[in-house]
Design a protein around this ligand. Structure first.
Ligand code: SAH
Ligand code: SF4
Ligand code: F3S
Length: 462
């Protein structure tokens, strides 16, 4: 711990953050398997579900065949998510024939979106729950095993504050900590405000307590997580920059990352905090631009123009000269012309993103853009997406060459199947090199010998 800071005792932490109610008799040693789709939120939610179910005496198993409880934690961000759930559930029919005690549940953003419709259309589903109902999972499962048919719990808990303790079974070297949930931005293409509800922030001291507990358990790097972390606002009025500063100064975590940032909320105060604490806060930012054209950005309800986005990037680079950026892009948004698409290609080159996640626009339920005129044909979207990937790939090969012969600080996470040590640099680059298990959890200097867009290879500097 740093010197001027109280040494928190875990029991005190547990008393101050309300604990979810677990029902220890429910599981009776039965196996549980969770199938997860979607973003890091869903991955984290699965971890929470496993923790709660383990506390309720379920045993976590590796395959659906071994399970008496299967949960599909589904994502709804793009393309036929409900269809995917039905086809996965269909595959479990045989298992259910063999084991009538098998229960199947659907959660995540699809559970929230579809509610009882899922059970109506696919009666072998036993229960459905929403994104705000994870802590009630042991009770829901208990009702299901008690023979209650077709339980649905997918109500948003709009009124209750976001008071949780991070639950992670084996946190490892690097782990995620939720700081906000939900989203109030209503980008016209996006289903998340409807599947995750209104935005809420965790109290700042709860986040700090969580980080300290995780550090005690061996965590070296944390990623603060939310749909839009930089609109974080604690009950005491602290904003995201304040939180980031506190995590850097008041905990012993070695590295801090965060995701995702919204460009409209990325302010100079945050840049200042990043610059001031570069020893801990990584110089990597994921800043989704979505489109490089201001008319499209306006129709997307993103609340910034191309020029404002570029001005912000320029300012960020002044504060953090070695800043590395990644982005999300949507191609074929309704009404996007060929010229407007070219603006997206040019912004990708102008900013110089080392990594890009790009998607074809997909109409989503409840969203404004789904009913916009000028929906783009699939083959046009496909062509634009391929072209954009070509532009970015060519550029990122060039961009990452700068890493060759550089020595990067790598936090070693594991030894992979090929026997290579594997970790990440502060720039969020995956690095492989020859090294032993004793390096796991250590930050070591690695000289890069070969740089490719997604991985770097190197040698340990002795
Ligand atoms: N909160 C994050 C985004 C979460 S969704 C943010 O605002 O940046 C992750 C990405 O999925 C988005 O950035 C967007 O690029 C993509 N996406 C969201 N809705 C989409 C849709 N309807 N069609 C295609 N891509 C979409
Ligand atoms: Fe979706 Fe926009 Fe919210 Fe991101 S900021 S989750 S894209 S509505
Ligand atoms: Fe998918 Fe929900 Fe995440 S829609 S991307 S799992 S917030």
């Amino acid at each position: 711990m740093s010197e001027n800071q109280p040494n928190p005792d875990t029991s005190v932490i547990n008393n101050s953050i309300p604990q979810p109610v677990v029902n220890q008799d429910v599981g009776q040693g039965r196996g549980v398997f969770i199938s997860t789709y979607g973003c890091q939120m869903n991955v984290n939610d699965t971890e929470r579900m496993y923790s709660l179910l383990e506390m309720s005496n379920f045993a976590i198993v590796e395959t659906p065949e071994e399970a008496s409880l299967i949960i599909i934690n589904a994502c709804s961000i793009r393309e036929k998510p409900v269809h995917k759930v039905y086809s996965e559930v269909g595959r479990y029919q045989k298992l259910k024939n063999k084991n009538p005690d098998l229960k199947i549940g659907v959660g995540g953003c699809v559970g929230q979106q579809e509610k009882e419709k899922l059970i109506k259309n696919q009666p072998i589903i036993d229960f459905v729950f929403g994104t705000d109902n994870i802590d009630q999972l042991p009770n829901l499962v208990s009702q299901t095993f008690a023979g209650e048919k077709k339980v649905v719990n997918a109500k948003f808990e709009h009124k209750s504050p976001y008071h949780i303790e991070t639950l992670v079974r084996n946190p490892g070297v690097s782990t995620f900590v939720n700081i906000t949930k939900g989203c109030d931005n209503f980008c016209s293409f996006c289903v998340v405000p409807f599947t995750r509800g209104r935005e809420k922030s965790r109290p700042l001291n709860h986040v700090l307590m969580d980080v300290r507990t995780l550090v005690k358990r061996g965590v070296k790097e944390i990623t603060l997580l939310g749909q839009n972390v930089n609109s974080y606002e604690s009950e005491d009025g602290s904003d995201f920059a304040d939180l980031l500063k506190k995590v850097a100064t008041d905990t012993d975590v070695q590295r801090i990352r965060y995701t995702t940032s919204h460009p409209k909320d990325f302010n100079e105060k945050l840049m200042h905090v990043m610059a001031e604490h570069q020893n801990k806060i990584c110089e990597y930012v994921h800043l989704p631009v979505q489109s490089g054209n201001s008319r499209i950005l306006d129709r997307m309800n993103r609340n910034y123009t191309r020029e404002e986005y570029l001005a912000k990037i320029a300012l960020m680079k002044k504060y953090i000269p070695n800043l590395v950026l990644s982005t999300d892009i949507i191609v074929g948004f309704p009404g996007e012309t060929e010229e407007e698409f070219q603006d997206t290609c040019s912004i990708v080159e102008e900013v110089g993103y080392e990594t890009m996640f790009a998607f074809m626009y997909s109409p989503r339920p409840f969203t404004k853009a789904a009913s916009f005129e000028g929906q783009i044909a699939e083959e046009v979207k496909n062509r634009r997406l391929n072209h954009l990937f070509e532009v970015q790939e060519k550029m990122s090969f060039e961009l990452v060459k700068k890493y060759e012969n550089q020595t990067l600080q790598v936090l070693v996470e594991q030894i992979n199947e090929q026997g290579k040590a594997q970790g990440r640099s502060t720039q969020n680059k995956l690095v492989y090199f020859l090294g032993s298990e004793s390096l796991i959890g250590k930050t070591v200097p690695v000289k890069i010998t070969k740089a490719m867009p997604n991985v770097l290879r190197g040698e340990l500097v002795q």
